[in-house]
Design a protein around this ligand. Structure first.
Ligand SMILES: [Zn+2]
Length: 351
């Protein structure tokens, strides 16, 4: 990712290896009924209430806002992991369309889980299958081993094999999911995306998706992603839904690495950013011109506010000095704010 043009350096587009575009409207949401005191309670009291309150309209505005913010940060490819138990069918099309409207690439997945009963699991599997068979770019999504029965996990693996795609799943994010190592051994394949792997007790085939800021935010611990990289495994950076500013995420991943190991170089976190091109190769050919030069890890680790001034995707300018060219950023934000109000009102009424 180097080369200079004019005043700012030019790189490929950034890749966000793990996102939840549905979380873009969560900011400012009503406080949970009580303060979560564990990782499981964060899921139960915050995210599993938010996802139930989503409908296709709020999914659309959330995805448009998330894609806009990605583009404004120089991120041209998002690997998304979606959940909306009250509006499953068609949800991946809504996300893909919203990203296309903004001009950002997206790889979709619907999060299969048993936490909403057998019908919920079946509907999740069906949405992945429908979307991918109709030509959508996707992976089979799965929440995490601890919310999946063996039968559902086997159905996820079977569908992914039938479709010829990988599985995008959370793995050992918290201590509650330590058994994931044993349960996914023999099931995971090289094309799987393993989000977090903080407490993973063995090496599994696939790519580890490291989400430094999210792991800090949920107090789940530091997974030492460098150990997987040193063992020859691919590690790619994601945000776990906290925006898609990958330069910022690399900076946080560096400081988390450094807090664990004073000898750590920012080259390591930056290499996890570059590895995103193994997952979405076309993003390497996108052209992002930045406000700064050089785009060198030792500069970026200590330089705030580096932003794109122009972005070219597939030969088309999708962002210039005036902002996004395909959408009106103010309109996207205004509609997202209205949708967030509706979503938050619905959340306040949820049991
Ligand atoms: Zn996640």
């Amino acid at each position: 990712m180097s080369g200079a043009s004019g005043t700012g350096a030019v790189t490929g587009g950034m890749v966000c290896g793990h996102h939840h575009l549905y979380s873009a409207l969560a900011r400012g949401m009503p406080a949970p009924p009580r303060t979560p005191k564990s990782f499981l309670e964060v899921l139960e009291l915050v995210w599993w209430r938010l996802d139930r309150a989503l409908d296709l309209d709020t999914i659309r505005h959330s995805a448009r806002l998330g894609a806009l913010e990605a583009l404004e940060a120089g991120t041209t490819a998002i690997i998304d992991h979606h959940s909306s138990p009250s509006a499953i069918e068609g949800s991946l099309d809504v996300i893909a369309d919203a990203c296309a409207e903004v001009g950002v690439r997206v790889v979709c997945a619907y999060e299969v889980t048993d936490r909403n009963g057998p019908d919920g699991a079946a509907a999740g599997l069906a949405e992945n299958e429908r979307f991918i068979r109709s030509g959508g770019r996707g992976l089979v999504g799965a929440h995490a081993a601890f919310t999946l029965s063996d039968a559902t996990l086997d159905a996820v693996c079977g569908l992914a094999t039938d479709l010829g795609v990988g599985v995008h799943i959370h793995v050992a994010e918290g201590e509650i999911d330590v058994p994931a190592g044993e349960r996914l051994a023999g099931r995971a394949q090289d094309d799987w995306l393993l989000a977090h792997a903080v407490h993973l007790d063995r090496q599994l085939p696939g790519t580890v998706l490291h989400n430094a800021r999210s792991n800090l935010n949920n107090a789940v611990g530091y997974g030492r992603p460098a150990r997987w990289a040193e063992a020859g495994q691919r590690v790619v950076l994601g945000t776990d839904g906290i925006g898609a500013d990958m330069v910022e995420e690399a900076r946080v991943a560096f400081v988390a690495h450094r807090a664990d190991d004073l000898t750590a170089s920012p080259d390591v976190a930056w290499s996890w950013l570059e590895a995103g091109y193994d997952l979405v190769p076309e993003a390497r050919d996108d052209q992002v011109t930045w406000t700064y030069s050089p785009m060198d890890p030792w500069h970026l680790a200590y330089t705030p506010g580096v932003r794109p001034t122009e972005i070219v995707v597939d030969g088309a300018v999708v962002l210039d000095a005036n902002g996004p060219t395909r959408v009106d950023a103010a309109e996207v934000r205004a509609h997202a704010a209205e949708a967030a109000s509706r979503l938050h009102a619905r959340l306040a009424d949820l049991p």
